[in-house]
Design a protein around this ligand. Sequence first.
Ligand code: NAD
Length: 471
Amino acid sequence: MVKICCIGAGYVGGPTMAVIALKCPSIEVAVVDISVSRIAAWNSDQLPIYEPGLDGVVKQCRGKNLFFSTDVEKHVCEADIVFVSVNTPTKTRGLGAGKAADLTYWESAARMIADVSKSDKIVVEKSTVPVKTAEAIEKILTHNGKGIKFQILSNPEFLAEGTAIQDLFEPDRVLIGGRETPEGQKAIQALKNVYAHWVPEGRILTTNLWSAELSKLAANAFLAQRISSVNAMSALCEATGANIQQVSYAVGKDSRIGPKFLNASVGFGGSCFQKDILNLVYICECNGLPEVAEYWKQVIKINDYQKSRFVNRVVASMFNTVANKKIAILGFAFKKDTGDTRETPAIDVCKGLLGDKARLSIYDPQVTEDQIQRDLTMNKFDWDHPIHLQPMSPSTVKQVSVTWDAYESTKDAHGICILTEWDEFRTLDYQRIYDNMQKPAFVFDGRNIVAADKLREIGFIVYSIGKPLDP
Ligand code: NAD
């Protein structure tokens, strides 16, 4: 029986391995992590992450051929294939701070693999890493002094949070990069054999190591670039009277462009887009390509601009001040169907409004009060000026309350900011909400999900991203 071990039981490691276990009953899969609480949650009824369909997959396999454990060394030692899916955040200090990927977790995982292994293994990069990381990892692994052979593969993950299970069941492609040696090709084949249990052959792409590593950064950069492009257009729409949804539809009908990822919004978030573009910028700079670096930087600059534009619009609309006004924040996660708040645009929007002394009442169906308080007190790293900005003072945090109900959140509010496209926000009883709000009552739709005309009929003053302002 083939044994797989995955180091890192996070948003990628957990769902990915659960699906491999489900689709490959003949393979034993162990997911290991140094976080005791995370592993305890994976072994409980309250999984550590919210992802539609994940519960069912885990329940079907857990205890059969899927195991979650903190005994990292034992499972690594026993495995034939070791996936490494640890976090690779942006470095916050030292060389490359604010841009380069922090490979501390990766390096310590590689050193541990080298230390505990007693047999040859395939080591798979599942984390998103800078191009050429495999070369560094090879150095660590091959200097193990025990004669054990390791083959490194790059197998980046393309799942999106919120649709992870669907994405894993029917991936657009599975990408495997390896060395062009006979041993490298053999390793690629071994990993192909795993995915071949459910992924059609035509969707399994094989490349050299560097192409696979770079493709992941490139894919995220392209996706984020589309969002920044449409968001940049949304600003122009507001200035000219065009409607971004009509423009997106017309542009997306061009088969060379296509309709996906053309929704204007308050900005992109999530743990990956910004981090991976910063990483790309750093790699370009290190390779003497400052013009290319500058090009990709603009994607992030437009994203930051979109968030501050939104805050400015809220403040300007509410008679140039939100001081002591209650603002309901509907949605805090970076997108719907996840509880993940890493780099969510809601953080910057809330901080902007708090900076003007607003009182915030936040509701998100999957985000806890602890998460929100932590996110709003955390330092933000400014990558152009690598200094830490001041954390928020405890008194500012007192201006924030968190509710478990949209109606409670909006009661007595002067305005509502919709920051996540949760389906339930489309169908709220907006008449009831309006009746319980201060007047004039404002709605700022950062996701273009509510029917502005209907809300205006009720009496709301409505701002929708990239659309003509309230008549
Ligand atoms: P995560 O923070 O949710 O999970 C990483 C886990 O690794 C944590 O639980 C941490 O405790 C564990 N870990 C760190 N060092 C360890 C060690 N030495 N031994 C054992 N466990 C260790 O991160 P994530 O969102 O799952 O992302 C993982 C990687 O996948 C990142 O490189 C990310 O860029 C990439 N990725 C993420 C997504 C996404 O949507 N989240 C999608 C594609 C790729």
